[in-house]
Ligand binder design. Structure first.
Ligand SMILES: [Zn+2]
Ligand SMILES: [Zn+2]
Length: 251
């Protein structure tokens, strides 16, 4: 697997000199499987630059996974250029979020008056398969879903290929259990011995006390998870929109 992060900012995109190092785009991950399959996790604003690159490469087949339906994870979708090519085939591995499946979620984003192009007018061909509750396969990658602890629900995923594991848990509150959420111990078990864990770390421990139940974690809780799970590498994700490069580096 080759994993690229195209956006790690949470809630809203930001730009400016104080955000150059860690970037301003919202959630979008690209995973390239050894089998050649392209897996895109979330369609935050980072998906625009990814789409431009994949278009240049002439890639036409994509697999999509959405962690949940919040705006910052889907708002970039209309700007993914391959949507407007009739050569494009997109397979969506779907889960219901607050009862809403990906078809409805995508339709809502691409609906006038929010956006001038309708989902039904897109040139790309969409197909849908179940992305939960069971483990599924995309080419050479095995994908294991897990419930997130987050308002309105969500799914985290473990991607396994050649005995290497990448665990992606964004918008997950380790300090509070939302409906369908799991315990810290459950997330420790799920992340056990992962080669790479990328986890929501929106808050400092001081801030977190003011934002309990908002659906995001303190980086101190993430460090606890990573050390108890024995992960080999850790990435911090869903960076707060007001956290500048200097503030991140000094924390
Ligand atoms: Zn988010
Ligand atoms: Zn969210």
């Amino acid at each position: 697997m080759v994993i690229t992060c195209w956006g790690s900012r949470g809630s809203i995109p930001v730009s400016g000199r104080e955000y150059i190092k860690y970037g301003g785009d919202t959630a979008c991950m690209e995973i390239r499987a050894r089998s050649g399959d392209i897996i895109i996790v979330d369609a935050g604003t980072g998906i625009r630059r990814l789409g431009n690159k994949l278009t240049k490469e002439g890639i036409q087949h994509y697999n999509f996974i959405f962690t949940h339906a919040h705006w910052d994870h889907i708002m970039g979708l209309p700007f993914f250029k391959p949507l407007y090519s009739n050569q494009t085939k997109i397979k969506v591995f779907r889960c219901p979020y607050a009862g809403m499946y990906a078809e409805k979620l995508i339709t809502r984003v691409l609906t006038p008056p929010h956006f001038p192009v309708k989902y039904s007018d897109l040139s790309a061909e969409f197909t849908y398969e179940d992305g939960c509750p069971h483990t599924f396969q995309i080419g050479s990658v095995t994908v294991v879903p897990i419930h997130l602890s987050h308002p309105n629900g969500g799914k985290g995923y473990k991607f396994i290929e050649n005995e290497k594991a990448f665990v992606f848990l964004t918008d997950n509150e380790l300090g509070y259990m939302h409906p369908n959420g799991l315990t810290l111990n459950d997330y420790v078990r799920f992340s056990s011995q992962a080669d790479l864990l990328i986890h929501d770390a929106e808050f400092t421990p001081e801030e977190y006390h003011r934002y309990i139940e908002w659906g995001h974690s303190s980086y101190a809780d993430v460090l606890k998870l990573a050390s108890r799970a024995g992960v080999k590498k850790l990435g911090l994700f869903h960076l707060n929109q007001d956290r500048t490069d200097d503030a991140i580096s000094s924390n």
